[in-house]
Design a protein around this ligand. Sequence first.
Ligand SMILES: Cc1cc2nc3c(=O)[nH]c(=O)nc-3n(C[C@H](O)[C@H](O)[C@H](O)COP(=O)(O)OP(=O)(O)OC[C@H]3O[C@@H](n4cnc5c(N)ncnc54)[C@H](O)[C@@H]3O)c2cc1C
Length: 303
Amino acid sequence: MRGRLMRNVSMARMTTWGTGGRADRAYVPADVEDLADFLAGLGPRDEVLWVGLGSNLLVRDGGVGGVVILTSRTLGQIEEPGGGLVRAGAGVPCAKLARHFAGRGFAGGEFLAGIPGTIGGALAMNAGAHGAETWDLVYRVETVDRDGGRRWRAPGEFEVGYRSVAGADGEWFTGAELRVVSEDPATVRARTRGMIQARAASQPVGQRSCGSVFRNPPGDYAGRLVEACGLKGARVGGAVVSHKHANFIVNERNASSSDIEALIGKVRSRVREETGVDLEPEVRVVGRRTPPHRKDHGPGEGR
Ligand SMILES: Cc1cc2nc3c(=O)[nH]c(=O)nc-3n(C[C@H](O)[C@H](O)[C@H](O)COP(=O)(O)OP(=O)(O)OC[C@H]3O[C@@H](n4cnc5c(N)ncnc54)[C@H](O)[C@@H]3O)c2cc1C
């Protein structure tokens, strides 16, 4: 192993909500080959959780068992293989790739500028904004499985929908080749800036959140429903429904993950009672509610 294996790692430092317990183990691979070897060496019962920038993740206060693969400090290469393609590693921040596109005059990926996750996370979630989605750009993706097997796969091998991607079970994304169209760099830059400004005007940028908590139901907006139920400002502990955007829950005062999860439940049941719509969370909730009792851990290498 050439990467960095850490024990007892604080997941609060790996998520944009800034909450969550500890991971038993976390691994920062040196590169894709090292990652494949690491996965192949895991026991069959080891759970594996991939984490990019933790911008769509609620890790419960009891932390996570098994091993967390941290991609955001590695797999960060951006290449131009030609043929109108840009190749990006799973750990590349979306905003960095959008800056690369803007600098080179590549159109189509401007929306990525406002998504505070990695390309791997954007592929897993089919992240999107301003009417565009990550998989609109995908030419092919590179994956790795638990045995360290690596493959290139075409979009047709996946079922891609609104904030959902299914297919290639048991594989994770290590990178993608994205199709771009050349345009005047100044025009691409202006469009990118416009999208960032629109976001700052409508979202609680700068506060700890996970973006939209709920998926929009067909033909409506989750934020509109939450606001219509008078839930802006609703609170559990340090977690509060944003006054600026009702589909955001912000960590205002040292919230715990259980505060956030309880507030998600409260909002969901109130909206269901008042409107009949059962909002489905977009954020991924993982981990244990309470930490396991253990004697074997010292302070470890948690960051
Ligand atoms: C302020 C704010 C604004 C946001 N705005 C938007 C928006 O406009 N549109 C939008 O779609 N989302 C938005 N989000 C949500 C979030 O940024 C996206 O879902 C993003 O794609 C998550 O990327 P990540 O790297 O942080 O993934 P994480 O949160 O780390 O992980 C999310 C899920 O993807 C899985 N995953 C991560 N990496 C991989 C990989 N390489 N292979 C397989 N699975 C993987 C994880 O296991 C987890 O299930 C916003 C979030 C915030 C905080």
